[in-house]
Design a protein around this ligand. Sequence first.
Ligand code: FAD
Ligand code: 2HG
Ligand code: ZN
Length: 476
Amino acid sequence: LTKDRYPHIKRGDYATLSQKHLDYFVGLLGRNRVLTDPSDCEMYNVDFIKAVRGYSQCVLKPQTTEEVSNILSFCNQHRLAVCPQGGNTGLVGGSVPVFDEVVLSTSLLNKIISIDDISGVMVCEAGCVLERLDETLGERGLMMPLDLGAKGSCNIGGNVSTNAGGLRLLRYGNLHGSVLGVEAVKANGDVIDCLSTLKKDNTGYHLMHLFIGSEGTLGIVTKVAIHCPSRPTSLNLALLGLHSFEDILRTYSRAKKELSEILSSCEMMDASSLDVVTSHLKLKSPLGEFPFYMVIETSGSNEKHDEEKLNAFLESVMGDGIVADGTVTNEPSKIRLIWDLRERITEGLLHDGYLFKYDISLPIKDFYSLIPKMRERLGSDASRIAGYGHIGDGNIHLNISVPEFRPDVLKKVEPYVYELTSKLKGSVSAEHGVGFRKPPYIHYSKSDNAIGLMKELKNMMDPNGILNPYKVLPSQ
Ligand code: FAD
Ligand code: 2HG
Ligand code: ZN
């Protein structure tokens, strides 16, 4: 966590925070919602994986869209740079300042505005925590269309701003589909009301999509309207052990055909990934040891039907020798344990030391190909090379751990990993975004003209560049 890790980045030509600025913020929000004590600001300056940090001396906590609008209008006039932050669980360093940007935390924008039981549309503020939303919806037979390991901390505004994928994208699609409307505040303080709750609305350009996945560089999302599916009443989870990656592909293909409409999640992890949670977090796996594992979830509305279907599927894949061993459960505590084995890998990996983290989309046949290549290239330089992820969506998480940051290992890994991904026609960021860590590599997945148009949009919507500078777009 040293300043010197980014010698190539220069602070932009922004104002430095002064007493005059602070007086304005305190006048607007009151003293309690303007944090300036360094110990209070610390957690907003460091990211989840502790790989990047900023030096912000001021965290603002607005409670209304109007306050967000006033803050941005003031910062724009006075050329103060702003870093929007939700739950600070982002994995690409986008949620923390790079230098002394003012942090605008959405954590107090946390009200549910409405839930329509018939249409399933929920309107809420950006700072609502994903898991709390899901619990509230659960009481009404509804659910959030996305689920991810960070659900206890991440905010819906952060999810929308990163276009988060997660564990059930296979069933419910991404947020460009589920989000029906967005209210956002532009850099100059203009409130853009695109908070439609309609499923169909083709009146002109679909502006809300500009705010989905733009990681706080084009505006601050303040409210979201989201289509929430009915909560399935029957849920089953299987953990499978397999001998090879080819068997994972066969099992996925068979699951799509044989489980069909009740398949709601299809995840994989290799032995090294499972070892992270069994050794560091002391979780117990109900299966013996295998080189590969899959987690397959079914959900539907008829327990007997779903169980019969899942059992028939398992019998057939085990009978054919594709799956070596498996366990199935519908008991909530056992379901939780199996999901923990998969969801808590990110948390467990932190115990290894420093992480080189890659979030790659690849054509399904090449899904696992980077892992053996990296193992061969790095040999004993890495303490762990783990591959796991959303096999059903062609998105693998490659994590390389070393006890401490080592520039020589970085040189061996990058740009090699990006070049390979590009050669295989993959994406160098499948779901985590670009943030601060990936802008130099965006060209591996986007053409010059596409990046040029992104820059034009940025200049048009935020001409002073105050919103989340140094993020997403590569510098000139
Ligand atoms: P933050 O981390 O605070 O911010 C993320 C980005 O959005 C930043 O650029 C920030 O400036 C911007 N931002 C935040 N709020 C707003 C707003 N209201 N308006 C404008 N910009 C804003 N991601 C996946 O896609 N799939 C996963 O399965 C997944 N699993 C994860 C598991 C763990 C354990 C962890 C730690 C992270 C995981 N992530 C996953 C990363 C993921 O991006 C985040 O968890 C989540 O979407 C970010 O939400 P957040 O509220 O924490 O946003
Ligand atoms: C997941 O799918 C997340 O668990 C995090 O996207 C992945 O930590 C990672 O590399
Ligand atoms: Zn993921």
